[in-house]
Write a protein that binds this ligand. Structure first.
Ligand code: NAD
Ligand code: DAU
Length: 334
């Protein structure tokens, strides 16, 4: 099977490529990635000689078309993915997430290629902390940030291309991923690398915001389940019942790294900060038989901390610039 992976030099995409090559000997993988600040070929170390790597933009139809033409399936990860950046400058979010998805859809339509669209639970907005409901495939869209609004728009494009043009597409909306090769701008890698650098973790607001954590390998296994067994036109929510609030995550990181669990800073909160995300993944579990296999969040987090400890060469080149960017908008409050 010839698989085109967009965004395959980023966090989830690169883990997808590693896992695909490890578990599917019949897969021929091509990666299309623009190598923005968030992408690096070092995330493909160890497999780069087994993939066709193309540096290019998903919003560039001339670059996209020939790659789609020679693929059996497209797995579209490429996106601007960080909420904080979308508040500073939404411009690349509109281009990559909306125009890029439109460009991919037009190419798969032209060549009648199976397409899977990677999206996020953030399209549903947020929940109150005490809401007994969780997100399902029927929850109305209510995105809060420029990032989540562009992802919501891209989901709508996919559904319109399925209905209007018969494109053979599935969609998935996943909760917060953690694991190796995640950019140090994101919550968990930022705190882990801060501690490794002798700096204190940084908590936004009161820290009671809840995220629903899933290991990236469980997400990627779900994607293969959907690619092989998903129903065309259907959306699948992906989550592993991993709700935890941010202050508890920071305390766990500190504990696992042998530090005082209270040794963190409160910093300026994110504008419009979503309170809680929570996924009900019943359709994926019951219809397609998927289940997360990674084990407890504590074990997965400990393994992730080890990965950052052992792979400083991967994250060190971008750490200083990432913290310098945060320093422009965030102040330590306590
Ligand atoms: P990431 O920021 O780590 O990686 C994005 C990749 O896309 C990078 O390699 C970057 O170079 C590439 N890219 C960006 N713009 C591009 C363009 N115009 N053309 C080609 N390549 C481009 O992101 P991630 O966390 O791996 O997220 C991947 C996908 O999963 C995104 O669609 C995101 O919305 C979705 N998602 C992420 C999470 C999460 O927790 N990280 C959860 C649910 C869904
Ligand atoms: O829910 C899925 C989404 O998860 C994906 O669609 C996004 O691509 C991905 O970035 C992630 O979005 P979040 O905004 O939830 O992730 P982030 O890692 O930026 O932040 C997680 C939580 O931690 C959030 O409540 C903000 C908080 N936070 C974040 C940072 C970077 C802190 O308290 N301190 C920090 O330093």
């Amino acid at each position: 099977m010839r698989v085109l992976v967009t965004g395959g030099a980023g966090f989830i995409g690169s883990n997808f490529v590693h896992r695909t090559l490890a578990t599917r000997p019949d897969a021929e993988v091509t990666v299309l990635d623009a190598l923005t600040y968030a992408g690096s070929t070092t995330s493909l170390d160890g497999v780069l000689d087994r993939v066709a790597f193309v540096e290019g933009d998903v919003a560039d139809a001339a670059a996209v078309d020939p790659l789609v033409a020679r693929s059996d399936v497209v797995v579209h990860f490429a996106a601007e993915s960080h909420n904080d950046n979308s508040l500073t400058d939404p411009t690349p979010f509109v281009r990559t997430n909306l125009v890029g998805t439109f460009t991919m859809l037009e190419a798969v339509r032209r060549h009648d290629v199976r397409y899977h669209h990677i999206s996020t639970d953030e399209v549903y907005g947020d929940l109150e902390l005490d809401d007994p409901e969780r997100f399902t495939e029927d929850t109305p869209y209510a995105p809060s940030s420029p990032y989540s609004a562009t992802k919501a728009g891209s989901d709508h494009l996919v559904r319109a291309w399925v209905r209007s043009f018969g494109v053979r597409a599935t969609l998935s909306n996943c909760s917060n991923n953690y694991g190796p090769r995640q950019h140090v701008e994101k919550f968990i890698p930022r705190q882990v690398t801060n501690v490794l650098d002798g700096q204190r973790p940084k908590l936004y607001g009161d820290g009671l915001n809840v995220r629903d954590w899933i290991h990236v390998d469980d997400h990627n296994d779900a994607l293969w389940t959907i690619l092989e067994h998903g129903r065309i036109g259907h959306t699948y929510l992906v989550g592993a019942d991993g709700e935890m609030n941010n202050v508890d995550v920071i305390r766990l990181v500190l504990e696992l790294m042998g530090q005082d669990p209270e040794a963190f800073d409160h910093v300026t909160d994110r504008a419009g900060h979503d309170r809680r995300y929570a996924i009900e993944a019943g359709r994926l579990r019951q219809e397609l038989g998927w289940a997360p296999r990674y084990g407890t969040f504590r074990d997965g987090l400990a393994a992730t901390i080890d990965w950052y400890r052992e792979n400083e060469a991967w994250w060190r080149p971008v750490k200083e610039a990432t913290e310098a960017k945060y320093a422009l908008t965030q102040q330590v409050l306590t």
